[in-house]
Design a binder for this molecule. Structure first.
Ligand code: CP
Ligand code: NVA
Length: 306
């Protein structure tokens, strides 16, 4: 059974296929078409952390495709009320698809082992593949060509940056992380991506201006992710020089666009001027969560596990 725990679970051709389905299904909604591919299907959303975009986009796409979604919060007792060896097989025997947002990536990997239906990672401490699909859909819609594009991610080399680096390198897009050394990716991860791409698409800089140079898309995320609240003061101090502001945007291409997975903390990782500027694509990017995940769900249920 195929799951989407990380983008490493898909080949490059499969990533491209998901994006192709996403574009077709997005156009379909605009043309008034709502194919009922999930009719009589039950999609579970098991969430250990708060969410607006991930939860609502999965609930909405399930409804648009004719299925039913079930939101499952703390009260179901995952990891608390009974052993995972009982909890996951029972839960997934009721469902056709399970989306999990978890504190621990290892816990989602363990759930995949015991699952009786496909699982999609809806964010862990390590990765956020659904976000990366929506980001790439947005990049494709706003660039003349991926081969000449460049994405610069400023700030913490976190779950969002990790998945974005994978999807960029798989699709031949240059990706620079601008972060202090202790917030950068593991060297082995970068080497692995560049070896697979056959060229040095992924680079890391501790100088934010060097990372942003010639970028077509400038991306940032919060400096303190969910679960890291105790480190917030230290992170604020360590990452202050990596804020995306008008001066930083000037290091990028003239028509560079701004991206953010959201939620944002204005005045920290990004200024109000930049996030509200004409170059900001944040609303389109958030809308694309719906379309990209729809492509992912259809691919996973009909093609990967069909
Ligand atoms: N970007 C994102 O995953 O948003 P939520 O945390 O609101 O789901
Ligand atoms: N890096 C953030 C992303 C939120 C969508 C977090 O994990 O909290």
């Amino acid at each position: 059974m195929r799951h989407v725990l990380s983008l490493f679970d898909l080949s490059t051709a499969e990533i491209q296929r998901v994006l192709e389905l996403s574009r077709e299904l997005k156009q379909g909604v605009k043309d008034g078409k709502r194919p009922t591919m999930l009719a009589n299907h039950n999609v579970g959303l098991l969430f250990e952390k708060p969410s607006l975009r991930t939860r609502v986009s999965f609930e909405t796409l399930t409804t648009q495709l004719g299925g039913n979604s079930l939101f499952l919060g703390e009260d179901v007792g995952w990891g608390k009320r009974e052993p995972v060896q009982d909890f996951i097989p029972i839960l997934t025997s009721y469902l056709d698809l399970l989306v999990i947002r978890a504190k621990s990536h290892a816990a989602v990997a363990e759930a995949c082992e015991y699952s009786r239906c496909p699982i999609i990672n809806g964010l862990t401490d390590v990765s956020h593949p659904c976000q990366a699909f929506a980001d790439m859909l947005t990049i494709q819609e706003n660039t003349a060509g991926l081969a000449d594009s460049k994405v610069a991610f400023l700030g913490d080399g976190n779950n969002v940056a990790y998945s974005l680096a994978i999807i960029c390198s798989r699709l031949g897009v240059e990706f620079s992380l601008g972060a202090p050394e202790k917030y950068q990716f593991d060297a082995a991860f970068v080497k692995d991506l560049n070896d697979s791409a056959g060229k040095e698409l992924v680079k890391q800089f501790d100088d934010p201006a060097a990372a942003a140079e010639d970028a077509e898309f400038v991306y940032t995320d919060v400096w303190t992710s969910m679960g890291q609240e105790a480190e917030s003061k230290q992170r604020l101090a360590d990452l202050a020089d990596y804020q995306v502001n008008e001066a930083l945007m000037k290091q990028a291409r003239d028509e560079a666009k701004f991206l953010h997975c959201l939620p944002a903390r204005r005045g920290e990782e990004v200024t109000t001027e930049v996030i509200e500027s004409g170059s900001s694509l944040i609303i389109e990017e958030a809308e694309n969560r719906l379309h990209a995940q729809k492509g992912l769900v259809v691919w996973l249920l009909q093609e990967a596990n069909g």
